[in-house]
Ligand binder design. Structure first.
Ligand SMILES: *Cc1c(COP(=O)(O)O)cnc(C)c1O
Length: 371
């Protein structure tokens, strides 16, 4: 049985008439570029802000730009340090460097795999200006202690929600908890466009208008009124129209992902395997369903030979990547991140996954592990 990690073709087939009509409408209007007057972009931004439960959504070109622009809008730059978790996609730390600041890595909590609130405190210095908790794999970071520390130290809190559209932390939607949040609408995310796309959300009006200005060449009130030098980071009309269609199915897709995760967990119970801890108070949206195993690389190769789209997110902790070799970090500096990245693998996960596919994957995993 061939089982992909993510099946975007199945999703397109399910929504095809609506998506085709949405794209045709953009073509008919020639509303291609996401400038302020694009009705498709404005509509999606309003819908997404309402979905998250925030006052402002500023769309942009991708999730990496969203982090970068929000940091810049918050005044983070050269001389500043920004604390990021040791396990994430490199975009989280890369965006800190791009604005001229220095990413400082903190270890993860070994159970939830998200930023350790204790190691975050330990990594604060007089130069620390912000923290970027990442809601990894769809599980919200432990925001209450992180916020308490940030408030106490006057730090800007930017939630990286790229893997967690619609997730909730103790009843609160991710994206509403910190000072601002970044989303990616990369095709494979829980809410994905048909190319690169991203968005920034916040309740802070001044921050939103600075972010909007930066993303549109520093444009002020009208055309050719450039208040500052900004950049070009816009959401295209076609992506906005696709996202408006897909947003209607996001909650349902997340609910399906949770059912699939529960089914995997039932089938893999009493095997001694380790799973990401998902506190019952939170709503994990399973962008990825991960399992931690010994002999990970052998097991991944065996399942891949079987046609099961197992992958590794991520095989190395961020501070141990070649990109950060100059820091001289060692695995012992981030014991929980090093342990997770040595053992973690991701099983196929997407709303259209079938019960047969889940059962086959779980059976083959048990056989490969020998439990
Ligand atoms: C995908 C992702 C990003 C970056 O989003 P892009 O749209 O690919 O630029 C940032 N952070 C995390 C945790 C991600 O998974």
């Amino acid at each position: 049985m061939q089982i992909p990690l993510v099946d975007l073709k199945a999703q397109y087939q399910a929504l095809r008439p609506e998506i085709d009509a949405a794209i045709a409408a953009v073509m008919a209007e020639a509303a291609f570029v996401g400038n302020v007057s694009n009705p498709f972009v404005r509509k999606f931004a309003e819908e997404f802000a309402a979905f998250v439960g925030v006052k402002h959504c500023v769309p942009c070109a991708n999730g990496t730009d969203a982090i970068e622009i929000l940091l810049q809008a918050a005044g983070v730059g050269p001389g500043d340090e920004v604390i990021v978790p040791a396990v994430s996609w490199i975009a989280t730390s890369e965006a800190v460097t791009t604005v001229g600041a220095r990413p400082v890595f903190a270890d993860i909590d070994p159970r939830t795999c998200t930023l350790s609130p204790e190691d975050f405190v330990r990594k604060i210095t007089p130069r620390t200006k912000a923290v970027i908790p990442v809601h990894l794999y769809g599980q919200p970071a432990d925001m209450d202690p992180i916020l308490a520390t940030a408030k106490d130290r006057g730090l800007f809190v930017l939630e990286d929600c790229a893997q967690a559209h619609g997730a909730r932390y103790r009843g609160r939607q991710v994206g509403t908890i910190g000072d601002a949040a970044s989303f990616s609408f990369f095709p494979g995310k829980n809410l994905g466009a048909y190319g690169d796309a991203g968005g920034m959300v916040t309740n802070d009006e001044a921050l939103a208008s600075r972010a909007r200005m930066i993303s549109q060449h520093g444009q002020g009130k009208g055309k050719h009124d450039h208040q500052i030098e900004g950049r070009n980071s816009r959401l295209d009309g076609i992506h906005a129209a696709v996202l408006s269609v897909k947003l209607k199915y996001l909650a349902q897709g997340n609910a399906r992902r949770r059912e699939h995760a529960a089914h995997y967990l039932r089938l893999l119970a009493n095997t001694g395997l380790t799973f990401q801890h998902a506190p019952a108070t939170d709503y994990h949206v399973y962008h990825l369903f991960t399992v931690q195993v010994a002999r990970r690389d052998e097991i991944v190769a065996e399942l891949q030979r079987d046609g099961i789209g197992v992958t590794i997110q991520y095989p190395r902790a961020l501070p141990l990547l070649a990109a950060y070799a100059s820091r001289g970090h060692e695995p012992a500096d981030f014991p929980a991140a090093a342990a997770l990245t040595a053992r973690v693998l991701s099983l196929p996960m997407y709303p259209e996954l079938t019960v047969e596919q889940i059962e086959w994957t779980a059976k083959r995993l048990r056989e490969a592990v020998g439990v």
